[in-house]
Design a binder for this molecule. Sequence first.
Ligand code: COA
Length: 320
Amino acid sequence: MTSRIMGTGSYLPELAVTNDDLAKIMDTSDEWISSRTGIRQRRLVKDETTAFMASEASKIAIKEAGIRAEEIDLIIVGTITGDYVTPSTACEVQAAIGAINAAAFDVNAACTGFMTALHTAYAYMAAGIYTTALVIGAETLSKIMDWDDRSTCVLFGDGAGAAIVKKDETGLISLVQGSDGEKGLNLCCKNRGNHHPFIEGDLHTYYTEMNGQEVYKFAVTKVPQCIMEVLEQGNVTAEEVKYFILHQANMRIIQSVAKRLKVSEDKFPISLDTCGNVSAASIPILLDKVNKEGLLKRGDKLVLAGFGGGLTWGATVIEW
Ligand code: COA
């Protein structure tokens, strides 16, 4: 017994900010950003919250799956930018969509968040604990960006993607995931520091910091490696895979992965050009795009693969 994706949905904020828009407020250019990353535009929230975007994406996925919210027994959100420390975004979504019978919690695996959430849902189903999960990646990254740091803020965007996952005879074929905490500070956003009346408190607000070249090297090594591993584990060849749905961080990383796998770039759909890097939301947003374009049919084999802060990575082979 495994689990299968029955419906997808996504939500992107209305506000579209192009590279040229950024060049008006900081020392950057469309040429610099697009030639190094492939990103031309990102969507940024105005008054949307992480939970709102997650809930809107979920409603679409629920409708497509043809289920009622009450049937959902598990909600997992991959996010590093929840609206509250507590309640979790998953609990906020539960309330917003009326999934009154669900257990709900968030996972923090940065850009690998959706993969970790999907794998967790799968493990619960394989153990016979739950049957119908709502798995979400949702981020408001704009609020943890230093808008005076052009080397990071131009890369990221806001949005959410969701999938309904049901216990089934077919679906998830194999998975790998891992982490390397020793390299964690190459991509980080520090939380509030220690603070209470008996010490000098640290009330500083911290933003995202990145060693871009180290993260780049990590991605172009680890991502092809974990994809080869997950294909081998699932006894599936790269040729049999219809699409590789990769975390959308950088076009050059995706091209390098395609080359290492000896697979045509046509098999790597893209959303980073219009959405930027939406961390945990990137994979479900792209999966929903491909699905809504009618490019998937039952039985197609897909690889989903994510990587990012932690450092973390995760990949899965699924049958649609
Ligand atoms: N606009 C213009 N110039 C910029 C800039 C911007 N937005 N951001 C940085 N620069 C400048 C720097 O100040 C630096 O200038 P200097 O050489 O005069 O000091 C120069 O560009 C840096 O260039 P370089 O370090 O060679 O850039 P790069 O080729 O490494 O590209 C990244 C930078 C971030 C695009 C690249 O390292 C990368 O994609 N890394 C992976 C990041 C990633 O995917 N993170 C998310 C993982 S989930």
